[in-house]
Design a protein around this ligand. Structure first.
Ligand code: BGC
Length: 433
């Protein structure tokens, strides 16, 4: 059974339960309507960003019911969302990404009408890159509003720590990365801050695949799921390098949240972290300045590529008119110029609006965001713009789960063999497709 029919089967049980069995949320007497928003923005920096949206929704007269589900990468939030849907009680709005938006829409639970007017009057089709709008449309209708764009293939560096360890510059090749890691270790620092949760392991894995196999190899293996690319010699090489990268990972990082690992780099205990630019939200929350207190560089060997991750808020069908009005309000706010600026500055991302991407300086974005926007536009032309597998943009959750299992086992098994792991990748992905 493929992923779509799997989700559809589970969700169809929802129709057995009456929607009316669920209480409407408590509504303030003067509220225009209430909306629950399920998301996983719970770190300090992420919360500062989502609070911008909440404040505006409330200012517009609606009641915001916060459905935050802790857990970086969103796996727990997605589990909660599925069980809510099965129980016939989906929220009005939920953070869902990539191909999963299509999967959810095919269950019939997403609303294909409620965003129509906003999309037309606000001219979403011309504000967004086609790659972005295609992701959030189902059969031509918007079922979600894209919020921001994250780049995943970043390396975050504490320059002060680098200096103390005698490292002169940011690594641009894997060899330089290993040399920097050795110096950091020798000087008593954690070389690579890393939380050993499956999504974080695969965030590193995909960066290494991109570095070793290049854009074409990345696309073949992680986007097209080509069996030859998944099991071939280049993948074996990538896995060999991944094992080496893993030797620099924080020994206390098992099961650790990404933001606690980011804090180790911010506080000068660790030298580097491989993480998408939501990591910047933690630096910003700690009042650190890009280019001065920290450096952001493309993961070694990937500067001509941009693995993208688009956060989107999907709208679920609701009976209540007030909730529909709140959904429309959220959609309008999200694509507004001011929100796009303030949210992304807090979140570490870049706007989804193409008019803003080509003029980042005007909005006061820092050097990391300016580089990201410049690279996004250049890589969109060159083909270097590729969806992130680890962040649900390239595949369904089922296929992503297959990658996560093999990659995390491989990193943790001291006897793991790259050639065997590559074969396992091929088999696991095939079974999950
Ligand atoms: C999301 C980000 C979030 C990060 C950590 C990513 O998958 O796209 O918005 O900040 O996970 O939770």
């Amino acid at each position: 059974m493929n992923a779509i029919s799997r989700l559809a089967t589970v969700i169809s049980l929802a129709s057995l339960l009456p929607l009316s069995a669920f209480p409407l949320s408590t509504l303030a007497a003067d509220s225009k309507g209430s909306v629950e928003v399920v998301h996983w923005w719970t770190s300090g920096g992420e919360k500062a960003a989502v609070d911008v949206l909440k404040a505006q929704v409330e200012k517009d007269g609606f009641t915001w019911k916060d459905g935050a589900v802790a857990g970086g990468g969103g796996a727990t939030a997605m589990t909660v969302l599925k069980s809510r849907a099965v129980a016939g009680n989906p929220p009005g709005v939920a953070q869902i990404k990539g191909p999963d938006i299509q999967e959810w829409a095919s269950t019939g639970l997403l609303d294909t009408d409620v965003l129509k007017d906003a999309a037309k009057t606000e001219k979403w089709d011309s504000l967004l890159d086609k790659k972005v709008s295609d992701t959030v449309k189902y059969e031509g209708d918007y079922v979600a509003v894209p919020v921001n764009i994250h780049r995943v293939n970043w390396l975050w560096i504490n320059p002060e720590v680098f200096k103390k360890a005698g490292i002169e510059k940011a690594p641009t090749t894997l060899q330089e990365f290993y040399a920097a890691g050795d110096k950091l270790k020798a000087a008593g620092f954690i070389a690579l801050a890393h939380g050993g949760q499956p999504w974080q392991d695969s965030t590193v894995f995909e960066a290494v695949v991109l570095s070793v196999m290049g854009v074409d190899g990345y696309k073949k293996a992680l986007v097209d799921l080509d069996n030859g690319a998944l099991t071939g010699p280049e993948m074996v090489k990538a896995l060999t390098e991944l094992k080496k990268v893993a030797t620099y990972m924080d020994a206390d990082g098992k099961g650790q949240d990404w933001n606690l690992e980011a804090a180790k780099v911010i506080n000068g205990k660790a030298g580097m972290q491989i993480m998408g630019d939501w990591a910047k939200s933690e630096w910003t929350a700690a009042k650190k300045v890009a280019g001065k207190d920290y450096e952001c560089v493309a993961f070694p060997g990937t500067d001509k590529a941009f693995t993208y991750n688009i956060d989107s808020l999907a709208v679920f069908k609701q009976k209540d008119k007030g909730t529909a009005a709140a959904q429309q309000d959220i959609a309008k706010i999200v694509l507004g110029e001011n929100f796009q600026k303030v949210f992304s500055i807090n979140k570490g991302s870049i706007p989804v609006r193409i008019d803003m991407l080509s003029d980042m300086g005007k909005y006061g974005f820092d050097s990391c965001a300016q580089t990201a926007a410049k690279d996004f536009l250049a890589d969109a032309k060159s083909g270097g713009l590729q969806p992130s597998m680890a962040h649900n943009m390239a595949t369904t959750l089922a296929v992503q789960g297959a990658f996560f299992d093999v990659v995390t086992n491989f990193i943790n098994d001291p006897k793991a063999d790259p050639a065997i792991a590559a074969k396992q990748l091929g088999t696991a992905v095939k079974a999950a497709k």
